[in-house]
Design a protein around this ligand. Structure first.
Ligand code: ATP
Ligand code: MG
Length: 467
């Protein structure tokens, strides 16, 4: 179907000209000569764009523009004005019209205006579809650091292959996300992506999950059950935490990989399968092999292609980017970070990687009552506190302010005393410094102090790095 274009002008001959113009461009123009006619035309399908004359005899074209914008907020409307009625055109643009063109106009000029209106519309729609697509999929690998760019390239290169992939990386670095992306970019994308957590189930359950079972295979097997390998037929199976797979299951998995066949638990007949295998681990598999906890032959079968998800601390400025991404996603643009909070996010070590960051942002959104999220609301825990630190140094268990939050008992655990403002300031400055490798300019930025004030306070409290 040709895309409809609505033309509203009381000059019948001009409508005719415009119709010819739009027909030649492959559109389906429809004309109206007054407000009532235009409203009637609007009962049909939504046009791709509209051209509206601002003086329709005794009536005003603005009425039509208003009605159009109300019904189709994204419709590009180009208004046509006679010489000397620019104010009206401005009014139309304020109402949401896309552009205006003064009569009489050259056809070449009209062509340009129309092209701009249509391409804006098409782009907008593509953009929306793309966003929907991403939302539907829910997977987006955020990051601009060299490490993440490399990861992206590697995913693209690996996705089209049919080989087994071993995904390694610390906990919370996005291994499952990478597995999903590999599946989505592969030729199997339209088939299932099935996740199996190898550490969550007992040996027997895991095997019946993976390979299925026949009726009567064990006491609770009342019916035949299809295994996940069969469910994923044509698609991808993601074996998460493969390092935790029991030895006996490892033997069976090896056979499946070698023979591309599965036999349900308790069954004798095997059936061929067509699945791609992805596996992830945050334990060192080489070490597990050396210690006899993981079969060497299976290790070689899995480690055909390898992909490594870098720790957040290896991703430079990505922490702030990710934090803003999660904030946007979870608070829908209603909240933002203070510069201090962002500097803190960039400086923090994130031992729990992206997952920890995501949780911290979620918690901060829940706790913050204002539009900005402050440093304190991030509530980042300190790694093990140095033994001989200042008496008020916070600990991993108690958090930044050593558990002296406004809602807590307000008594210092060690001394039973209520801390003074100085105690808190000392602890807080110490903590920020220790989180930022004692880099004073960064700490000053986070604390909102100028550098000389920070030096004065370091001196006053006798703060120094613990070695
Ligand atoms: N680059 C990224 N961009 C956006 N979100 C990410 C990114 N990396 C990880 N995440 C998100 O962080 C969370 C943790 O990621 P994921 O579960 O993939 O990590 P993992 O490596 O499998 O962790 P674990 O080893 O603990 O299972 C998920 O919600 C994931 O969507
Ligand atoms: Mg995982």
């Amino acid at each position: 179907m040709k895309p409809p274009v609505l033309i509203v002008d009381d000059e019948v001959s001009l409508c005719g000209l415009l119709e010819v113009f739009f027909e030649k461009k492959g559109y389906a123009p429809v004309s109206a000569h007054n407000v009532a006619g235009a409203l009637k035309r609007m009962e049909g399908p939504e046009p791709l764009m509209a051209m509206v004359d601002l003086t329709l005899g005794p009536e005003s074209g603005l009425t039509v523009v208003k009605a159009l914008m109300e019904k189709y907020p994204r419709l590009p409307v180009v208004v046509m004005t006679a010489y000397g009625t620019v104010e009206k055109a401005v009014e139309a643009v304020k109402l949401g019209a896309f552009d205006f063109i003064s009569k009489p106009f050259e056809m070449v000029f009209l062509g340009k205006v129309v092209e701009k209106a249509v391409s804006t519309r098409v782009l907008e729609e593509e953009n929306r579809e793309l966003k929907n697509f991403i939302r539907r999929q829910g997977v987006e690998l955020v990051g601009q650091s060299p490490a993440v760019r490399q990861l992206r390239d590697r995913i693209d290169a690996i996705a089209v292959s049919e080989s087994t992939v071993l995904i390694t990386g610390e906990s919370g670095t996005g291994k499952e996300l990478v597995a999903k992306l590999i599946h989505q970019k592969s030729l199997r994308a339209h088939k299932s992506f099935v996740v199996v957590n190898c550490s969550a189930l007992s040996e027997n359950l895991l095997e019946s999950e993976l390979f299925g079972h026949v009726k009567g295979a064990f006491t609770s097997a009342h019916l035949d059950k299809e295994g996940l390998f069969a469910v994923a037929e044509g698609g991808t199976v993601f074996l998460d935490e493969i390092g935790e797979m029991p030895m006996r299951t490892q033997v069976k998995l090896l056979r499946v990989i070698q023979e591309r066949e599965i036999t349900p638990v308790g069954g004798t007949a095997s059936s061929r399968i067509d699945v791609r295998l992805l596996a992830a681990t945050n334990v060192n598999l080489e070490e597990a092999v050396a210690q006899g906890r993981f079969r060497e032959d299976l290790y070689y079968r899995l480690n055909v292609l390898r992909i490594y998800t870098p720790a957040l601390s290896e991703r430079g400025e990505d922490a702030a980017l990710l934090a803003n991404h999660f904030l946007q996603r979870k608070a829908h643009g209603r909240k933002s970070f203070t510069p201090g909070a962002l500097a803190m996010i960039e400086g923090y070590a994130w031992p729990g990687n992206v997952r920890q960051l995501e949780n911290a942002v979620e918690r901060a959104i829940a706790f913050s009552t204002r539009e900005t999220i402050e440093t304190l609301e991030l509530d980042l825990k300190v790694p093990a506190a140095p033994g001989a630190g200042p008496s008020a140094s916070p600990t991993a268990e108690t958090g930044v302010l050593g558990g002296w939050g406004p809602e807590s008992a307000s008594v210092m655990p060690e001394t039973g005393m209520v801390p003074t403002l100085n105690d808190i300031e000392k602890a807080w400055i110490y903590w920020v410094l220790s989180q930022n490798h004692w880099h004073k300019p960064t700490a000053a930025k986070i604390l909102g102090l100028d550098i000389s004030t920070l030096y004065r306070k370091i001196e006053k409290y006798g703060l120094k790095a613990q070695t």
